[in-house]
Design a protein around this ligand. Structure first.
Ligand code: DQQ
Length: 583
């Protein structure tokens, strides 16, 4: 009996020990999980030239080298600030500092010296992404992720050295950092990218840090009274199984009605919340719209928002690590997002630059309450130059026409299509509903349809050997029509071996009712950024034409469906170059 008891006891102890060891292994794992591909041999190879051939003209970028995530955007005392992850010594990811630029209009930018760089034990191995919060008394503060000597990810605070410097050039990192370190229940190699903090009815400051535990993605919540001492909440703000590491979380309120953005601490009636996460495993971003229960500090996505990687996306293309901020000047919420190159690192090294920030977008809740709508900030229109208009033009099945009179390698194009003959729409297989991208890959622009594909061909060579198609295709489902919006760059370049993924999203419109759909596309040499149905569905692609460059780039409107479509109005503007960080 005694022996039986003791062997039961030993078996139980063994189980407990194995479990404990597994947890400790997870807890103490301080290996840096690279969320970027690391090319050690190229990290510190400064650019000898900067190749301007496919360099963007009006998108944000520094004069040379690698950039990634936008960090700590804010509007402060008449200036917009943008910080971003930057490699001062090469055109691939590495040696990351917080580069810093300022602007009065979010379009023209002046580069300042880096604001935050590794210098203290709490960030000696890296200064990664983070956010800005404006504290009472108009005092900005930054929280960012530092990598300590053990490469543990910790959260640090930084203040402007001199608030009377209008540019906030120098930032101080107090020695009491880190203000948040991973405790036993947190995976110290997956613990980064603190959000802007908000204040709820309790008066506490709150923020979340992105993380994961095994495969469960998490937004770990911290509270503070003084912004220096932070206490981890018992429960995460939110988590979701099998989503992996949540990078760059963003959490903010949106108004149910009207066209105003909300400051991050606004709460009360008429307000919903958005939680966005950048999923390291897919390298795409997803958001949900939901309710935030302040008393319990719980966020619950609405039933209409899928809470996994089939969910809503700001952008269905090359757009990552985004961050919003509240612009007190114009009472709007603005979204910044990063688009990396889809070319090889060797080409990036040879051209001396890599990565851009997308044109900032205003962000609002759609009137349906189910999703967001985004639109390029109005200031971008100040860059519009030469203008062409096309009105009431029918495009027969299989037809196209060219839009001439502007240099369309750097352009802003808005088209409104009248759509009819919906009875000819192709049948929609319900199994396609969760994978718009795969559907677009199968039904590219060259695949003839019923209603559509129709749209524009941008960065096209004169004879269309090269073209990037941006289009809609309408399907007939059981009780409604389904509209697919697609980017098809499969024929964007004659260069061999390029990565040319198709990207797509569905557009939540009742096309049978409206009979219309609009498209806006911003073209800038190697980037195509599109907004369908006034910003309900957005897609970004990076493309690298070999012929359709500068004045050799053409713009067409096409219809490869079996019914006619009509362009009720098309406006296209050549875009001027703003001041871009002294480049
Ligand atoms: N980039 C940063 C990280 C973040 C990742 C490092 C997302 O803080 O998680 O450069 O692109």
């Amino acid at each position: 009996m005694g022996r039986a008891n003791s062997s039961c006891w030993t078996a139980w102890l063994a189980v407990v020990l194995v479990h404990w060891c597994l947890c400790v292994r997870e807890r103490n794992r301080v290996v840096v999980e690279a969320s970027h591909v690391v090319y050690e041999s190229l990290q510190s190879v400064p650019a000898s030239v900067v190749d301007s051939k496919l360099r963007t003209g009006y998108h944000f970028q520094p004069p040379k080298h690698w950039i990634n995530d936008p960090n700590g955007p804010m509007y402060y005392n008449g200036l917009y600030h943008l910080f971003y992850q930057y490699n001062p010594s090469g055109s691939v990811w590495g040696n990351i500092v917080w580069a810093h630029s300022v602007s009065t209009d979010l379009i023209n930018w002046v580069a300042l010296e880096p604001a935050i760089y590794p210098s203290k034990p709490f960030d000696i191995k890296g200064c990664w992404s983070g956010s800005a919060t404006i504290l009472p008394g108009n005092r900005p503060v930054i929280l960012y992720t530092g990598l300590d000597p053990r490469e543990r990810q910790v959260q640090n605070i930084a203040y402007p050295k001199n608030l009377s410097d209008p540019y906030l050039r120098e930032w101080v990192k107090p020695d009491f950092n880190p203000v948040i370190a991973p405790d036993d229940g947190v995976n110290g190699s997956a613990f980064r990218d603190p959000t802007t903090a908000w204040r709820g009815p309790s008066g506490h400051w709150k923020l979340v840090v992105g993380s994961k535990w095994n495969k469960r993605g998490k937004a770990i919540l911290y509270r503070s009274r003084d912004f220096v001492h932070w206490v981890k909440a018992k429960h995460s703000l939110h988590s979701a199984r099998d989503t992996g590491m949540w990078e760059c979380p963003d959490f903010y309120p949106v108004a149910l009605k009207g066209t105003r953005g909300l400051d991050t601490s606004v709460y009360g009636h008429g307000v919903k919340y958005v939680l966005k996460v950048s999923l390291d495993i897919t390298r795409y971003e997803y958001y949900t719209v939901g309710k935030y229960y302040h008393d319990k500090d719980k966020y619950v996505p609405d039933a209409t928002s899928a809470d996994d990687n089939t969910g809503l996306r700001y952008d269905y293309g090359n757009f990552y690590a985004s961050k919003t901020f509240f612009d007190g000047k114009k009472q709007r919420r603005i979204l910044w997002g990063w688009a990396n190159e889809s070319d090889t690192s060797d080409v990036d090294k040879a051209k001396g630059w890599a990565g851009i920030q997308m044109i900032p977008r205003t962000i609002l809740l759609d009137s349906s309450g189910r999703q967001l709508v985004q639109w390029p900030i109005e200031e971008i229109e100040s860059l519009r130059g030469k203008h062409v208009v096309v009105e009431h033009k029918r495009i027969p099945s299989g037809g196209f026409f060219e839009v001439t009179g502007i240099d369309s390698s750097q352009a802003d194009v808005e088209v409104s299509f009248d759509v009819s003959g919906l009875e000819k729409a192709e049948d929609f297989d319900p199994s396609w509903a969760t994978d718009a991208e795969a559907l677009c890959g199968r039904k590219t622009a060259d695949v003839k349809g019923g209603v559509g594909p129709f749209g524009v061909l941008v960065l096209a060579s004169a004879n269309m050997e090269e073209k990037t198609a941006v289009f809609f295709r309408v399907f007939k489902a059981y009780h409604k029509h389904v509209v697919l919006m697609c980017h098809d760059p499969t024929r964007s370049s004659l260069r061999a071996g390029l990565y040319k993924p198709t990207f797509a999203g569905f557009v939540d419109v009742d096309i049978a009712k409206t009979g219309k759909i609009s498209l806006r596309t911003l073209i800038d040499s190697s980037v195509v950024e599109s907004f369908g149905a006034k910003g309900k569905t957005c897609i970004t692609s990076r493309v690298y034409p070999s012929l359709a460059i500068g004045e050799d780039a053409h713009l067409f409107v096409f219809n490869n469906g079996s019914t006619d479509v009509k362009v009720s109005e098309l406006n296209a503007w050549e875009m001027k170059k703003p001041l871009m960080n002294g480049a």
